[in-house]
Structures are given as structure tokens and as C-alpha cells.
Design a binder for this molecule. Structure first.
Ligand SMILES: [Zn+2]
Length: 144
């Protein structure tokens, strides 16, 4: 997906949008190299607090998935009524660094998802309330 205007993001610190394509941003320990998503202020592996920004990329492999079939409780704030809720896919996507990112999926059809399939990062409007700008979050879609 390409972006003509900057979207309102639910998680602006976790994304880089330069070039019009979303990229996940995490952190890496300068002492031992452990990678974190979301970014961490300290390393739970070696206890160092010397962290640097780390680009996780925009592509990964579907590690596991499920379908969210009912409206989650708060703090979910999609804005729709329980009657208007539409199921969505949720999965873990393994990034090239080895970090597994929990993410919304653009696909909610079990027949279209399989473990190990290539996935690509995109943005999805998850909160759409009349009179408000839609709020986007990151999501993974099956790679073409
Ligand atoms: Zn460390």
C-alpha cells in the first residue's frame, strides 16, 4: 500500500513510513545484540540499558495464527458495536531477525492462511468512527 497523506496511527513509535511503505521499528541491545519489538528501554537477556533503534523490516513468515471471532474487551477500541464487529485474523510473524511479532492479519479466512507463508506489512484502518479520522494499525497480508 502507498500513502498519499500521513495516516493517523495507533502505534506511531512502532512504525517508519519513509518511502510510503510501513516498516516495523524495534530496538537492539548494543551489548549482546538481542532484538526487541516493541522497542525496549533495557535488555532482559543481559540487563544492559544501552539500546539502539532497530529496523525489523516489512516482510516475514507466518509463524502461527488464529481468527479473532468475537469483539475483544477493553482496551480494544475499534469503535464498532458488537453487532457490527467483523472477525479478523491475528498471528505471529517471524521477522528476518528471528523476532516474532504479534499482529493483526488482513485475512480472516482460515483457508487462505498457512503456517510458514510469506507475509508483507501493510496498514489497516481498525478504528472507524463516523466524524473521526480513521485510526490505522500495522497488519500483515499474504505476500502476492
Ligand atoms: Zn543485551
Amino acid at each position: 500500500m502507498t500513502l498519499d497523506t500521513p495516516p493517523k496511527l495507533a502505534c506511531p513509535d512502532q512504525l517508519e513510513l519513509s518511502g510510503g511503505l510501513p516498516t516495523l521499528m524495534g530496538s537492539r541491545c548494543r551489548n549482546c545484540g538481542e532484538v526487541y519489538f516493541p522497542a525496549s528501554q533495557g535488555c532482559t537477556r543481559c540487563c544492559a540499558i544501552d539500546m539502539e533503534p532497530f529496523t525489523l523490516g516489512s516482510e516475514g513468515l507466518l509463524w502461527s495464527w488464529t481468527i479473532q471471532g468475537f469483539q475483544p474487551k477493553t482496551p480494544y477500541n475499534g469503535g464498532e458495536s458488537e453487532a457490527d464487529f467483523k472477525p479478523y485474523g491475528v498471528g505471529y510473524v517471524e521477522m528476518p531477525s528471528g523476532v516474532k511479532v504479534e499482529s493483526r492479519l488482513t485475512v480472516a479466512d482460515p483457508a487462505a492462511l498457512r503456517i510458514g507463508m510469506p507475509m508483507v506489512l501493510t496498514l489497516e484502518a481498525y478504528r472507524q468512527v463516523p466524524g473521526e479520522a480513521p485510526v490505522f494499525t500495522y497488519a500483515f497480508a499474504p505476500a502476492a
